[in-house]
Write a protein that binds this ligand. Structure first.
Ligand SMILES: N[C@@H](CCC(=O)N[C@@H](CS)C(=O)NCC(=O)O)C(=O)O
Length: 303
């Protein structure tokens, strides 16, 4: 049986999703990336001498590494992961290479506590690359209205971006919601023990709960309801009509779903509608404003 070596929430999540999407028979074993030990105690370097996930051991014991190769191989084996049309495999490879060598690699400094200047540069570059990726969506997914292998990889990039406070274009936020509704995505997240929104929870934008952002002046915050017991909130100090945004909070179990971006959107709209201005101290808000120039009229400074 095939075996996927992965680390929870790492880029190997894309292969995990793709394997589950096609109903492949496989085992999955987590790897501790610091000690390079697998859960069963093997030395992972003996499986992949490069020391990183993913690694997919095939039925004949060949070991495949590199997301691009694994996702391409899976698309060859399971053509439902590949859209029809001219140059279909090549177009997907083009996208996989863009995700791997441009987007994925740009996150690198953000995994280590690098200098703030370096981190900021990386955030800005990821934001730009995501804007480009958003222009490539040819339907609900990258290549139309059905999922292909590259979508699984893009989904992981969007999750990381959200986690690291990079603003995400609206088209990719909707894409992320759609992905999260897929049973294979939910199953992969659950197997990797990444908290997922409760199945019955009402966090989807088209859900019954009113997810619009509202102001709660008593608590000095703008709130974006998630479900009955949870909100995301942007906290401010009121300095004579100028709102100084100091902190943004999304409950950890709802991180990576685009809720922070949604909250920032609604907050800036409300600030504008009520004729006030914003000063941004919170790095998430600073990043959001940098990638949403449509709100430039609302922002009067950064702290
Ligand atoms: N070039 C590889 C990079 C894979 C990669 O960056 N893996 C990360 C997790 S997302 C990893 O295992 N890092 C641990 C390490 O390099 O020690 C690919 O595209 O598959």
């Amino acid at each position: 049986m095939m075996k996927l070596y992965y680390a929870p929430g790492a880029c190997s999540l894309s292969d995990h999703i793709a394997l589950l999407e096609v109903g492949a028979k496989f085992e999955a074993e987590p790897v501790d990336l610091h000690t390079k030990r697998t859960a069963s105690g093997e030395d992972f370097n003996t499986i992949n001498p490069k020391g990183y996930v993913p690694a997919l051991v095939l039925d004949d014991c060949e070991v495949l590494t590199e997301n691009v190769a694994i996702l391409d191989w899976l698309s060859e084996q399971y053509p439902q992961l590949l859209r029809n049309g001219t140059l279909s495999r090549t177009r997907q490879l083009e996208m996989l290479a863009f995700i791997a060598t441009e987007i994925h690699q740009t996150f690198e400094p953000m995994w280590h506590a690098g200098a703030e200047e370096e981190l900021q540069k990386a955030r800005e570059k990821v934001a730009k690359l995501l804007v480009f990726a958003a222009t490539q969506m040819r339907g609900s997914y990258l290549f139309g209205d059905e999922l292909c292998a590259a979508d699984c990889y893009l989904f992981v990039m969007v999750r990381w971006a959200e986690k690291l406070g990079v603003a995400i274009p609206d088209a990719l936020l909707s894409f992320q919601w759609r992905m999260l509704e897929r049973p294979a995505v939910q199953a992969a997240l659950a197997r990797e023990e990444i908290s997922v929104p409760r199945k019955s929870s009402t966090i989807s934008p088209d859900s019954a709960i009113d997810s619009r952002v509202r102001e709660n002046p008593r608590e000095h915050r703008f709130e974006r309801p998630i479900h009955d017991d949870a909100i995301a909130a942007a906290y401010y100090r009121d300095e004579g009509g100028k709102l100084v945004f100091v902190h943004t909070e999304v409950p950890p179990e709802f991180e990576g779903l685009g809720i922070g971006t949604d909250l920032a959107h609604g907050t800036f709209e409300l600030v504008r509608e009520t004729g006030r201005k914003a000063v941004l101290v919170c790095p998430f808000m600073v990043e959001f404003a940098a990638t949403h120039p449509e709100f430039a009229d609302v922002v009067v400074g950064e702290g």
